[in-house]
Ligand binder design. Structure first.
Ligand SMILES: NC(=O)C1=CN([C@@H]2O[C@H](COP(=O)(O)OP(=O)(O)OC[C@H]3O[C@@H](n4cnc5c(N)ncnc54)[C@H](O)[C@@H]3O)[C@@H](O)[C@H]2O)C=CC1
Ligand SMILES: O=C([O-])CC(=O)C(=O)O
Length: 350
Protein backbone atom coordinates (compact mmCIF):
# COMPACT_ATOMS: atom_id res chain seq x y z
CA UNK A 1 0.00 0.00 0.00
CA UNK A 2 1.35 3.47 -0.80
CA UNK A 3 1.75 6.16 1.87
CA UNK A 4 -1.47 8.03 1.01
CA UNK A 5 -3.53 4.85 1.03
CA UNK A 6 -2.11 3.85 4.42
CA UNK A 7 -2.88 7.31 5.82
CA UNK A 8 -6.46 7.14 4.47
CA UNK A 9 -7.05 3.69 5.93
CA UNK A 10 -5.85 4.71 9.38
CA UNK A 11 -7.85 7.95 9.22
CA UNK A 12 -11.03 6.07 8.33
CA UNK A 13 -10.49 3.54 11.10
CA UNK A 14 -9.88 6.29 13.64
CA UNK A 15 -12.94 8.33 12.67
CA UNK A 16 -15.46 5.55 12.05
CA UNK A 17 -15.50 3.95 15.51
CA UNK A 18 -16.29 7.31 17.15
CA UNK A 19 -19.46 7.70 15.10
CA UNK A 20 -20.46 4.09 15.36
CA UNK A 21 -19.85 4.00 19.11
CA UNK A 22 -22.19 6.97 19.59
CA UNK A 23 -24.76 5.79 17.19
CA UNK A 24 -25.14 2.06 17.59
CA UNK A 25 -25.34 1.88 21.41
CA UNK A 26 -25.23 -1.88 21.43
CA UNK A 27 -26.04 -4.75 19.10
CA UNK A 28 -24.68 -5.23 15.60
CA UNK A 29 -26.86 -3.95 12.81
CA UNK A 30 -29.01 -6.58 11.16
CA UNK A 31 -31.71 -4.73 9.27
CA UNK A 32 -31.40 -0.97 9.09
CA UNK A 33 -34.77 0.75 9.41
CA UNK A 34 -36.69 3.65 7.90
CA UNK A 35 -37.26 6.62 10.17
CA UNK A 36 -39.22 9.85 9.62
CA UNK A 37 -38.82 13.05 11.63
CA UNK A 38 -41.89 15.33 11.45
CA UNK A 39 -40.90 18.87 12.41
CA UNK A 40 -37.37 18.22 11.14
CA UNK A 41 -36.45 21.89 10.59
CA UNK A 42 -37.09 22.95 14.19
CA UNK A 43 -34.95 23.49 17.25
CA UNK A 44 -35.23 19.80 18.16
CA UNK A 45 -35.79 18.48 14.65
CA UNK A 46 -32.42 19.58 13.22
CA UNK A 47 -30.04 18.21 15.88
CA UNK A 48 -32.22 15.10 16.26
CA UNK A 49 -32.00 14.46 12.52
CA UNK A 50 -28.23 14.95 12.69
CA UNK A 51 -27.87 12.35 15.44
CA UNK A 52 -30.13 9.93 13.57
CA UNK A 53 -28.12 10.45 10.37
CA UNK A 54 -25.02 9.23 12.23
CA UNK A 55 -26.64 5.90 13.08
CA UNK A 56 -25.92 2.70 11.15
CA UNK A 57 -29.30 1.46 12.45
CA UNK A 58 -31.04 3.69 9.88
CA UNK A 59 -31.16 3.06 6.12
CA UNK A 60 -33.57 5.88 5.22
CA UNK A 61 -34.12 9.17 6.99
CA UNK A 62 -37.20 11.05 5.90
CA UNK A 63 -37.33 14.70 6.94
CA UNK A 64 -40.69 16.49 6.93
CA UNK A 65 -41.64 20.02 7.97
CA UNK A 66 -43.82 22.84 6.69
CA UNK A 67 -40.66 24.88 6.03
CA UNK A 68 -36.89 24.70 5.34
CA UNK A 69 -36.58 20.91 5.02
CA UNK A 70 -34.92 21.02 1.60
CA UNK A 71 -31.96 22.92 3.06
CA UNK A 72 -31.69 20.74 6.16
CA UNK A 73 -31.89 17.64 3.97
CA UNK A 74 -29.24 18.85 1.48
CA UNK A 75 -26.93 19.68 4.37
CA UNK A 76 -27.32 16.35 6.20
CA UNK A 77 -27.14 14.33 2.98
CA UNK A 78 -23.43 15.22 2.61
CA UNK A 79 -22.47 13.31 5.78
CA UNK A 80 -20.64 10.06 5.01
CA UNK A 81 -22.98 7.66 6.79
CA UNK A 82 -25.32 5.04 5.39
CA UNK A 83 -28.74 6.65 5.99
CA UNK A 84 -30.22 8.03 2.75
CA UNK A 85 -31.74 11.42 3.48
CA UNK A 86 -34.88 12.64 1.71
CA UNK A 87 -36.52 15.97 2.45
CA UNK A 88 -40.23 16.73 2.15
CA UNK A 89 -41.85 20.13 2.62
CA UNK A 90 -45.51 21.06 3.00
CA UNK A 91 -48.72 19.05 3.29
CA UNK A 92 -48.64 17.85 -0.33
CA UNK A 93 -45.42 15.92 0.37
CA UNK A 94 -46.43 14.46 3.75
CA UNK A 95 -47.82 11.16 2.43
CA UNK A 96 -44.59 10.44 0.52
CA UNK A 97 -42.53 11.29 3.61
CA UNK A 98 -44.35 8.58 5.59
CA UNK A 99 -44.71 5.64 3.20
CA UNK A 100 -42.78 2.55 4.35
CA UNK A 101 -41.58 4.06 7.66
CA UNK A 102 -40.81 1.81 10.65
CA UNK A 103 -40.54 4.66 13.14
CA UNK A 104 -42.02 8.18 13.04
CA UNK A 105 -40.70 10.73 15.55
CA UNK A 106 -42.81 13.88 16.01
CA UNK A 107 -41.16 17.03 17.41
CA UNK A 108 -43.48 19.30 15.32
CA UNK A 109 -45.21 22.04 17.26
CA UNK A 110 -44.65 25.30 19.09
CA UNK A 111 -42.42 25.47 22.18
CA UNK A 112 -43.04 27.36 25.46
CA UNK A 113 -41.98 30.88 26.34
CA UNK A 114 -41.32 32.00 29.93
CA UNK A 115 -44.51 32.10 32.02
CA UNK A 116 -46.30 29.43 29.94
CA UNK A 117 -47.19 25.90 31.01
CA UNK A 118 -46.95 22.98 28.59
CA UNK A 119 -50.76 22.91 28.61
CA UNK A 120 -50.76 26.45 27.15
CA UNK A 121 -49.40 24.85 23.93
CA UNK A 122 -52.49 22.66 23.60
CA UNK A 123 -54.50 24.89 21.27
CA UNK A 124 -51.80 24.96 18.59
CA UNK A 125 -50.10 21.60 19.00
CA UNK A 126 -53.21 19.42 19.37
CA UNK A 127 -54.23 20.12 15.77
CA UNK A 128 -50.66 19.73 14.46
CA UNK A 129 -50.33 16.30 16.09
CA UNK A 130 -53.83 15.22 15.03
CA UNK A 131 -53.10 16.16 11.38
CA UNK A 132 -49.73 14.40 11.37
CA UNK A 133 -51.02 11.24 13.06
CA UNK A 134 -53.99 11.10 10.65
CA UNK A 135 -51.43 11.03 7.84
CA UNK A 136 -49.54 8.24 9.65
CA UNK A 137 -52.78 6.23 9.93
CA UNK A 138 -53.21 6.45 6.17
CA UNK A 139 -49.61 6.02 5.03
CA UNK A 140 -47.67 4.00 7.63
CA UNK A 141 -50.28 2.47 9.95
CA UNK A 142 -47.82 -0.10 11.35
CA UNK A 143 -45.03 2.33 12.23
CA UNK A 144 -44.13 3.08 15.82
CA UNK A 145 -45.04 6.71 16.57
CA UNK A 146 -42.87 8.51 19.14
CA UNK A 147 -44.44 11.81 20.22
CA UNK A 148 -42.24 14.63 21.50
CA UNK A 149 -44.68 17.50 20.85
CA UNK A 150 -46.17 18.99 24.02
CA UNK A 151 -48.31 18.69 25.99
CA UNK A 152 -47.32 15.00 25.81
CA UNK A 153 -49.96 14.15 28.47
CA UNK A 154 -52.60 15.18 25.89
CA UNK A 155 -50.93 14.62 22.49
CA UNK A 156 -50.50 10.87 23.15
CA UNK A 157 -54.23 10.35 23.91
CA UNK A 158 -55.03 12.44 20.79
CA UNK A 159 -52.79 10.23 18.64
CA UNK A 160 -54.38 7.07 20.05
CA UNK A 161 -57.93 8.29 19.37
CA UNK A 162 -57.00 9.20 15.79
CA UNK A 163 -55.51 5.75 15.16
CA UNK A 164 -58.62 4.11 16.70
CA UNK A 165 -60.89 6.11 14.38
CA UNK A 166 -58.90 4.82 11.39
CA UNK A 167 -59.12 1.23 12.73
CA UNK A 168 -55.32 0.91 12.90
CA UNK A 169 -54.78 1.43 16.63
CA UNK A 170 -52.04 -0.66 18.23
CA UNK A 171 -51.30 0.44 21.77
CA UNK A 172 -47.81 -1.08 21.52
CA UNK A 173 -46.91 1.50 18.90
CA UNK A 174 -47.82 4.93 20.27
CA UNK A 175 -45.44 6.29 22.89
CA UNK A 176 -44.91 9.72 24.43
CA UNK A 177 -41.20 10.52 24.73
CA UNK A 178 -40.31 11.18 28.38
CA UNK A 179 -36.65 10.24 27.99
CA UNK A 180 -35.51 13.79 28.75
CA UNK A 181 -36.90 13.43 32.28
CA UNK A 182 -34.84 10.25 32.72
CA UNK A 183 -31.74 11.92 31.24
CA UNK A 184 -32.08 14.91 33.59
CA UNK A 185 -32.79 12.76 36.64
CA UNK A 186 -29.61 10.74 36.01
CA UNK A 187 -27.58 13.93 35.52
CA UNK A 188 -28.84 15.65 38.67
CA UNK A 189 -28.53 12.54 40.87
CA UNK A 190 -25.00 11.90 39.58
CA UNK A 191 -24.07 15.54 40.30
CA UNK A 192 -25.48 15.34 43.83
CA UNK A 193 -23.79 12.05 44.67
CA UNK A 194 -20.52 12.34 42.75
CA UNK A 195 -21.38 9.44 40.39
CA UNK A 196 -20.68 8.82 36.70
CA UNK A 197 -23.93 10.04 35.04
CA UNK A 198 -23.60 7.51 32.22
CA UNK A 199 -23.98 4.73 34.78
CA UNK A 200 -26.95 6.10 36.70
CA UNK A 201 -30.55 5.10 35.92
CA UNK A 202 -33.51 6.79 37.59
CA UNK A 203 -36.96 5.53 36.54
CA UNK A 204 -39.35 8.43 35.97
CA UNK A 205 -43.07 7.65 35.92
CA UNK A 206 -46.37 9.53 35.58
CA UNK A 207 -46.58 12.15 32.86
CA UNK A 208 -44.48 14.91 31.29
CA UNK A 209 -45.40 18.20 32.98
CA UNK A 210 -44.61 19.74 36.37
CA UNK A 211 -46.17 17.71 39.18
CA UNK A 212 -46.94 14.78 36.89
CA UNK A 213 -43.20 14.04 36.41
CA UNK A 214 -42.45 11.54 39.19
CA UNK A 215 -38.82 10.45 39.62
CA UNK A 216 -38.48 7.23 41.61
CA UNK A 217 -35.50 8.19 43.74
CA UNK A 218 -36.05 5.08 45.88
CA UNK A 219 -35.23 2.93 42.81
CA UNK A 220 -32.03 4.54 41.55
CA UNK A 221 -29.47 2.22 40.05
CA UNK A 222 -26.81 1.91 41.50
CA UNK A 223 -28.70 2.18 44.83
CA UNK A 224 -28.18 5.48 46.65
CA UNK A 225 -29.88 6.96 49.68
CA UNK A 226 -31.07 10.54 50.05
CA UNK A 227 -31.91 12.80 52.97
CA UNK A 228 -35.44 14.27 52.97
CA UNK A 229 -33.94 17.59 51.92
CA UNK A 230 -32.16 15.96 48.96
CA UNK A 231 -35.36 14.14 47.97
CA UNK A 232 -37.30 17.41 47.97
CA UNK A 233 -34.71 19.44 46.08
CA UNK A 234 -33.94 16.75 43.47
CA UNK A 235 -37.63 16.02 42.86
CA UNK A 236 -38.41 19.72 42.44
CA UNK A 237 -35.46 20.26 40.10
CA UNK A 238 -36.37 17.27 37.90
CA UNK A 239 -40.02 18.39 37.74
CA UNK A 240 -39.05 21.98 36.84
CA UNK A 241 -36.05 21.27 34.61
CA UNK A 242 -37.95 22.14 31.43
CA UNK A 243 -38.89 25.52 32.92
CA UNK A 244 -35.25 26.03 33.99
CA UNK A 245 -34.29 25.86 30.29
CA UNK A 246 -37.29 27.92 29.10
CA UNK A 247 -36.35 30.70 31.54
CA UNK A 248 -32.65 30.57 30.64
CA UNK A 249 -33.51 30.81 26.92
CA UNK A 250 -35.61 33.87 27.80
CA UNK A 251 -38.15 33.67 24.97
CA UNK A 252 -36.01 31.77 22.44
CA UNK A 253 -37.76 28.44 23.06
CA UNK A 254 -37.33 25.38 25.26
CA UNK A 255 -34.89 22.47 25.51
CA UNK A 256 -33.71 21.46 22.04
CA UNK A 257 -30.19 19.99 22.28
CA UNK A 258 -30.75 17.82 25.34
CA UNK A 259 -34.10 16.80 23.81
CA UNK A 260 -32.40 15.88 20.54
CA UNK A 261 -30.06 13.64 22.53
CA UNK A 262 -32.99 12.14 24.48
CA UNK A 263 -35.00 11.62 21.27
CA UNK A 264 -32.04 9.95 19.57
CA UNK A 265 -31.42 7.70 22.58
CA UNK A 266 -35.10 6.68 22.60
CA UNK A 267 -35.11 6.08 18.82
CA UNK A 268 -31.93 3.97 18.91
CA UNK A 269 -33.41 1.83 21.69
CA UNK A 270 -36.59 1.23 19.67
CA UNK A 271 -34.60 0.41 16.53
CA UNK A 272 -32.39 -2.04 18.40
CA UNK A 273 -35.49 -3.77 19.80
CA UNK A 274 -37.03 -3.87 16.29
CA UNK A 275 -33.82 -5.60 15.20
CA UNK A 276 -34.33 -8.29 17.83
CA UNK A 277 -32.14 -7.06 20.69
CA UNK A 278 -33.57 -8.33 23.96
CA UNK A 279 -33.95 -6.54 27.28
CA UNK A 280 -34.27 -3.02 25.83
CA UNK A 281 -35.93 -0.80 28.44
CA UNK A 282 -36.76 2.92 28.24
CA UNK A 283 -39.39 4.92 30.08
CA UNK A 284 -42.29 6.22 27.98
CA UNK A 285 -45.89 7.49 28.28
CA UNK A 286 -48.38 4.92 26.98
CA UNK A 287 -51.96 3.69 27.31
CA UNK A 288 -52.05 2.02 30.71
CA UNK A 289 -53.96 -1.01 31.95
CA UNK A 290 -52.17 -1.44 35.22
CA UNK A 291 -52.66 1.96 36.84
CA UNK A 292 -55.78 3.98 37.62
CA UNK A 293 -54.77 6.39 34.82
CA UNK A 294 -55.73 5.86 31.18
CA UNK A 295 -52.16 6.81 30.19
CA UNK A 296 -49.07 6.64 32.37
CA UNK A 297 -45.29 6.65 31.94
CA UNK A 298 -43.37 3.64 33.29
CA UNK A 299 -40.22 1.78 32.28
CA UNK A 300 -41.19 -0.16 29.14
CA UNK A 301 -39.70 -3.31 27.65
CA UNK A 302 -39.42 -2.98 23.87
CA UNK A 303 -39.44 -5.84 21.33
CA UNK A 304 -39.82 -6.37 17.58
CA UNK A 305 -43.48 -5.33 18.05
CA UNK A 306 -42.89 -2.02 19.78
CA UNK A 307 -43.77 -1.89 23.48
CA UNK A 308 -43.74 -5.51 24.64
CA UNK A 309 -44.91 -4.68 28.15
CA UNK A 310 -44.78 -2.14 30.93
CA UNK A 311 -42.32 -3.05 33.66
CA UNK A 312 -44.66 -1.43 36.21
CA UNK A 313 -43.82 1.07 38.90
CA UNK A 314 -42.06 -1.26 41.34
CA UNK A 315 -42.24 -0.79 45.10
CA UNK A 316 -43.00 2.87 45.76
CA UNK A 317 -41.92 4.81 48.84
CA UNK A 318 -44.51 6.69 50.84
CA UNK A 319 -43.05 9.92 49.41
CA UNK A 320 -43.57 8.68 45.81
CA UNK A 321 -47.11 7.48 46.54
CA UNK A 322 -47.91 11.01 47.72
CA UNK A 323 -46.39 12.47 44.54
CA UNK A 324 -48.74 10.29 42.45
CA UNK A 325 -51.68 11.43 44.56
CA UNK A 326 -50.66 15.07 43.91
CA UNK A 327 -50.37 14.44 40.15
CA UNK A 328 -53.81 12.84 39.79
CA UNK A 329 -55.95 15.85 38.99
CA UNK A 330 -53.56 17.40 36.46
CA UNK A 331 -52.74 14.13 34.70
CA UNK A 332 -56.36 12.96 34.43
CA UNK A 333 -57.40 16.43 33.24
CA UNK A 334 -54.68 16.53 30.55
CA UNK A 335 -55.61 13.05 29.31
CA UNK A 336 -59.32 13.87 29.20
CA UNK A 337 -58.63 17.12 27.31
CA UNK A 338 -56.78 15.11 24.68
CA UNK A 339 -59.59 12.58 24.30
CA UNK A 340 -62.27 15.31 24.07
CA UNK A 341 -60.23 17.27 21.52
CA UNK A 342 -59.82 14.17 19.35
CA UNK A 343 -63.59 13.55 19.38
CA UNK A 344 -64.26 17.08 18.15
CA UNK A 345 -61.44 16.92 15.58
CA UNK A 346 -62.74 13.62 14.19
CA UNK A 347 -66.34 14.87 14.10
CA UNK A 348 -65.22 17.96 12.12
CA UNK A 349 -63.15 15.95 9.66
CA UNK A 350 -66.03 13.57 8.78
N1 LIG B 1 -41.23 15.61 25.15
C1 LIG B 1 -40.28 16.39 25.62
O1 LIG B 1 -39.55 16.05 26.55
C2 LIG B 1 -40.04 17.73 25.00
C3 LIG B 1 -40.95 18.27 24.13
N2 LIG B 1 -40.72 19.48 23.52
C4 LIG B 1 -41.74 19.97 22.58
O2 LIG B 1 -41.30 19.73 21.25
C5 LIG B 1 -41.96 20.63 20.36
C6 LIG B 1 -40.98 21.25 19.37
O3 LIG B 1 -40.06 22.07 20.04
P1 LIG B 1 -38.93 22.88 19.20
O4 LIG B 1 -38.29 21.98 18.21
O5 LIG B 1 -38.10 23.58 20.18
O6 LIG B 1 -39.85 23.92 18.43
P2 LIG B 1 -39.49 24.74 17.08
O7 LIG B 1 -40.51 25.80 16.94
O8 LIG B 1 -38.06 25.11 17.07
O9 LIG B 1 -39.71 23.65 15.94
C7 LIG B 1 -40.94 23.13 15.62
C8 LIG B 1 -40.95 22.75 14.16
O10 LIG B 1 -42.24 22.19 13.89
C9 LIG B 1 -42.58 22.65 12.59
N3 LIG B 1 -44.02 22.50 12.38
C10 LIG B 1 -45.02 23.30 12.82
N4 LIG B 1 -46.21 22.82 12.37
C11 LIG B 1 -45.93 21.71 11.66
C12 LIG B 1 -46.74 20.78 10.95
N5 LIG B 1 -48.05 20.89 10.87
N6 LIG B 1 -46.11 19.76 10.35
C13 LIG B 1 -44.76 19.61 10.42
N7 LIG B 1 -43.96 20.46 11.07
C14 LIG B 1 -44.55 21.50 11.67
C15 LIG B 1 -42.11 24.09 12.52
O11 LIG B 1 -42.02 24.54 11.19
C16 LIG B 1 -40.76 23.97 13.22
O12 LIG B 1 -39.73 23.69 12.29
C17 LIG B 1 -42.66 21.66 21.27
O13 LIG B 1 -44.02 21.34 21.35
C18 LIG B 1 -41.99 21.46 22.61
O14 LIG B 1 -42.80 21.84 23.69
C19 LIG B 1 -39.58 20.18 23.77
C20 LIG B 1 -38.63 19.68 24.63
C21 LIG B 1 -38.81 18.46 25.34
O1 LIG C 1 -40.36 22.51 29.13
C1 LIG C 1 -40.78 22.50 27.95
O2 LIG C 1 -41.68 23.22 27.52
C2 LIG C 1 -40.15 21.51 27.02
C3 LIG C 1 -40.13 20.19 27.68
O3 LIG C 1 -41.08 19.45 27.66
C4 LIG C 1 -38.97 19.88 28.50
O4 LIG C 1 -37.92 20.52 28.39
O5 LIG C 1 -39.10 18.94 29.29
Amino acid sequence: MNKTATLCTSLISSIAPKYIRYASTGSGVTHAKKVAVLGASGGIGQPLSLLLKLSPLISDLSLYDIQHTKGVGADLSHIETRAKVKAYVGKDELADALKGMDLVVIPAGVPRKPGMTRDDLFNTNATIVADLVSACAKNCPRAIIAIIANPVNSTVPIASEIMKAHNVYDEKKIVGVTTLDVVRAATFVAEAKGLDPTRVFVPVIGGHSGNTIIPLLSQVSPPVSFSQQELDSLTTRIQNAGTEVVDAKAGAGSATLSMAHAGARFSFSILEALNGKEGVVECGFIASQETEFKYFATPLLFSRNGVEKSMGVGKLSEYETKLIEKAKKELNGNIQNGIEFAKQYLAKSK
